[in-house]
Design a protein around this ligand. Structure first.
Ligand SMILES: *Cc1c(COP(=O)(O)O)cnc(C)c1O
Length: 404
């Protein structure tokens, strides 16, 4: 079975469900997961899908069925995960900056909890003491990731408890007899350099003796996937080999085995996704030709928010001569998807497809300009399944209250 969706299949989906449309390939997600499992054969590794990348319930159900675990960044994601069939044992809740009531709710749901501030750790100690195990998210003060906006472990990042506050963590641990069973570090997204993960492992190894209840070393997510032609993602086989080597060496010296957890988001779902749009207008100017599509940063904000590159293909004219275009949205903002991009000649009504649209695409969408969120389709078992209807006007008005 092909792990990509062909132009003809995307055109058929656009004809059936309309555009703008997100289409996801279920078996591609499965293949990515299996690749991780195969690579990490030599260690006790568990993978938790960082579901903030894409939370459609049918996608979560698929990910549960293939045996993957799940990492949640909000209590509502925990509830979605439970709804999708994950057991509490398969759910990890890695919060940041949240009110303590969410942690209480996570404990009541019975899921694993990582805490990322001394303040919430102290509240946890007061509430639960040694009665519930807890993980700690650390800030390793490492700069890593595709750019500053997606770096989360550097020395001015809001995420995690800074390493230099270790003594305060230990004071809380002793005062409340905390059972700290997991150390967690997530340094950011799009980390290609395997050495970053090894640096994190070294930090963990230094800390292990301070935490006698430790069972899990959680290295977070952030594996890079290729977005551009000729670009390389994180070398997963190399990563697995290095982690296994370092871990086995450490375990032998220390005399105790550990589980390694990872939280891949993009790695599992980025490449499975296609965002199909229609060209509304062509606008020729002296400097550039604008191709205005029926979407905007309300549907795919990564190019504007992160300067992220997404491949854009004209599937209606794939053999046409290559010309430069500025691909723009229809939102009243400068929502350029690309400024000067060679694309096969574009005509009005052509379908433009964005690749790598599975992760942080629909999920970061909004109803800005009172526009509808796109429909979503899951391509599974060779068939297109609608998994979310396009918004309607009622959706925009839902929850609003008219007063006289
Ligand atoms: C977002 C996030 C991830 C996933 O990052 P990717 O770049 O999508 O792999 C993993 N862990 C935590 C704690 C996160 O916030």
């Amino acid at each position: 079975m092909s792990l990509s969706i062909s132009n003809e299949q995307l055109k058929a989906a656009a004809a059936e469900f309309g555009t703008p449309l997100y289409v996801y390939h279920a078996e591609k997600i499965t293949a990515q997961y299996q690749q991780l499992q195969t690579a990490f054969d030599g260690v006790f590794a568990r993978f938790f899908y960082a579901c903030k990348a894409l939370t459609n319930i049918s996608v979560l159900t698929h990910i549960h069925r293939i045996g993957c675990n799940i990492d949640c960044s909000s209590i509502n994601e925990v509830y979605l995960a439970l709804k999708a069939g994950f057991s509490p044992e398969q759910i990890l809740y890695t919060s940041n900056g949240i009110g303590f009531e969410e942690i209480t709710a996570a404990v009541e749901a019975g899921v694993s909890v990582n805490i990322d501030s001394l303040s919430n750790l102290e509240k946890f100690g007061k509430a639960y003491g040694s009665r519930y195990p807890v993980g700690i998210r650390l800030r390793p003060n490492i700069m890593a990731g595709g750019n500053l906006k997606i770096s989360t472990g550097h020395a001015t990042s809001k995420f995690g408890i800074p390493l230099e506050q270790l003594s305060q963590i230990l004071v809380l641990k002793d005062a409340y007899q905390l059972r700290i069973n997991c150390l967690h570090v997530h340094t950011g997204s799009e980390i290609k350099d395997v050495a970053v993960f090894i640096k994190v492992a070294d930090i963990f190894f230094d800390l292990v003796p301070s935490f006698p209840d430790l069972q899990v070393l959680d290295m977070g997510g952030g594996f890079k996937v290729p977005y551009q032609d000729n670009e390389k993602g994180t070398d997963i086989d190399l990563l697995a080999k290095e982690v296994a080597f370092q871990l086995n060496k450490f375990e032998q010296a220390y005399g105790k085995p550990f589980q390694v957890w990872f939280e891949p988001g993009k790695y599992l779902v980025s490449e499975c996704g296609y965002f199909v749009t229609t060209v509304n207008v062509l606008k020729e100017t002296d400097s550039v030709c604008f191709a205005g599509i029926n979407s905007g940063f309300n549907h795919l904000i990564r190019p504007m928010f992160y300067d992220a590159y997404h491949r854009i293909r004209n599937i209606s004219n794939p053999e046409g001569p290559i010309k430069p275009y500025a691909v723009t949205g229809n939102i009243c903002e400068t929502d350029n998807f690309a400024w000067d991009r060679p694309i096969n000649e574009i005509r009005e009504h052509d379908l433009l497809v964005f690749d790598n649209a599975g992760a942080y695409g629909f999920e970061m969408g909004s109803n800005y300009n009172a526009r509808f969120l796109p429909a979503q389709v899951l391509f599974k078992g060779g068939q297109m399944h609608l998994i979310r209807q396009r918004d309607t006007l009622e959706d925009l008005l839902k929850n609003q209250i008219v007063i006289n």
